[in-house]
Write a protein that binds this ligand. Structure first.
Ligand SMILES: Cc1cc2nc3c(=O)[nH]c(=O)nc-3n(C[C@H](O)[C@H](O)[C@H](O)COP(=O)(O)OP(=O)(O)OC[C@H]3O[C@@H](n4cnc5c(N)ncnc54)[C@H](O)[C@@H]3O)c2cc1C
Length: 376
């Protein structure tokens, strides 16, 4: 079994690291913003990395979006800027339903612009009264005359307010469907979500009698859940990539600090309990990185059937990032608490990763269900 990245992936990793270096001077400002940072968006556009998010036939770089390549980019970006990581990730998460189920027209209209980072997508599932329990959504899609009518609301939607189009999950009769809503649709209004501990471009969406043509539907009526699962199959593991990048950045900070700060006559890193924390952090990051790359490699082959492995990687890496960044703050003492110091930002940014794209407890349910299914 080969455990090293090969040439194509190493090249993509190098490009992502180069983009991360370019945006580093903007990161403190961008990561505290709840709107898109124009400089970070311009750098992402310039890098061409968003071409990884769409298939080659519509302006993409590879035959189809590749989970391992996306993981590597998120690992590099999250180590520098959560804002850049989120912008990059959304280009894929918000457009993948078009890639797999869009009409030729929808693909041609949107995917080349997504690849060029000229159009920003959003993926709207969550509602005020529906979070982990996706099937409890109240937003409704129904037939009206020759077209479709969308009514309801969405909450905590990344890119809402900045996006050019929204892929919206809604109840339709007894099933669930997906529909593509352009940002200028009449009846769509967006307000800001309250600011989070780690700011994020988020909005609350309201659909009041939003009338759409029949060709706004993504895939067939009733295909909504399948498209959500297809999207998670490719992108859930990339959250693990981002979590590994965050944890590594935290450890790098702690190593720099503990090598040079002298207490009790020697560097902190030479004091037993601190050395133990450093060793545990490195070991846990390496374990999560291996699991993540393996799950991502499996998802490259078959994203549909490897989702439990992606869930394991997301669970392990996001929980690991929480432990690691907490220890790193501890090792840095009072210097770890300074507002907007790198470690303090990482500490705040690690927290949402255990909640979005599947809370840890919900992931465990799915992983255990798969485990018991396999032994039937
Ligand atoms: C930064 C950020 C960005 C986001 N972006 C988007 C976006 O772009 N699009 C979108 O649609 N949504 C988005 N969300 C929303 C996100 O998907 C939800 O927060 C997530 O699905 C969890 O839902 P909830 O917060 O309503 O928690 P709830 O579902 O209310 O759950 C709360 C807690 O209860 C526990 N729990 C819930 N269900 C179970 C269960 N069955 N078994 C055991 N324990 C359980 C878990 O501990 C969970 O954390 C975003 C959220 C954040 C924080």
């Amino acid at each position: 079994m080969k455990l090293e990245l090969d040439g194509q992936y190493l090249a993509i990793q190098a490009e992502a690291r180069s983009l991360a270096r370019a945006i580093e001077p903007l990161a403190v400002e961008a990561d505290e913003m709840s709107e898109v940072h124009p400089g970070v968006l311009a750098a992402l556009r310039e890098s061409g990395l968003s071409t990884l998010m769409v298939p080659a036939e519509h302006g993409g770089r590879l035959e189809r979006p590749d989970p391992l390549a996306i993981c590597l980019v998120r690992e590099a970006l999250m180590a520098t800027s959560a804002h850049a990581d989120s912008l990059f990730a959304l280009q894929g998460i918000g457009s993948y339903a078009i890639t797999v189920a869009g009409t030729e027209r929808q693909r041609a209209d949107w995917l080349p612009r997504v690849a060029a980072c000229e159009a920003l997508p959003a993926f709207a599932l969550t509602e005020p009264d529906s979070g982990s329990d996706l099937k409890s959504v109240a937003t409704r899609l129904s037939a009206e005359g020759d077209g479709l009518l969308l009514e309801g609301s969405k909450s905590f939607i990344s890119n809402a307010g900045a996006a050019d189009f929204y892929v919206v999950f809604a109840r339709e009769g007894d099933a669930y469907s997906m529909v593509l809503v352009p940002a200028d649709a009449a009846g769509l209004s967006i307000t800001a979500t309250p600011e989070l501990i780690a700011p994020h471009v988020l909005g609350e969406m309201r659909f009041e009698q939003v009338r759409l043509p029949p060709e706004a539907r993504l895939g067939a009526a009733g295909q909504g859940l399948e498209l959500v699962m297809a999207t998670l199959g490719v992108f859930r593991v990339s959250v693990a990539g981002a979590a590994v990048g965050l944890a590594q950045a935290a450890l790098d900070e702690a190593v720099r600090h503990t090598r040079t700060r002298i207490q009790f006559g020697r560097p902190l890193a030479r004091l037993g309990p601190v050395a133990q924390m450093l060793a545990d952090c490195w070991t846990e990051i390496e374990m999560a990185r291996l699991l993540t790359y393996r799950a991502a490699s499996m998802a490259v082959e078959d994203p549909a059937t490897t989702l439990p492995h992606s869930s394991m990687a997301k669970l392990a890496a996001s929980e690991m990032a929480g432990r690691v960044v907490d220890r790193c703050v501890q090792m840095m003492g009072r210097f770890g608490l300074i507002r907007n110091a790198r470690i303090e930002r990482l500490y705040r940014q690690a927290r949402p990763m255990r909640i979005y794209e599947g809370a840890s407890e919900v992931l465990r349910l799915g992983i255990a269900a798969e485990l018991t299914r396999q032994s039937e």
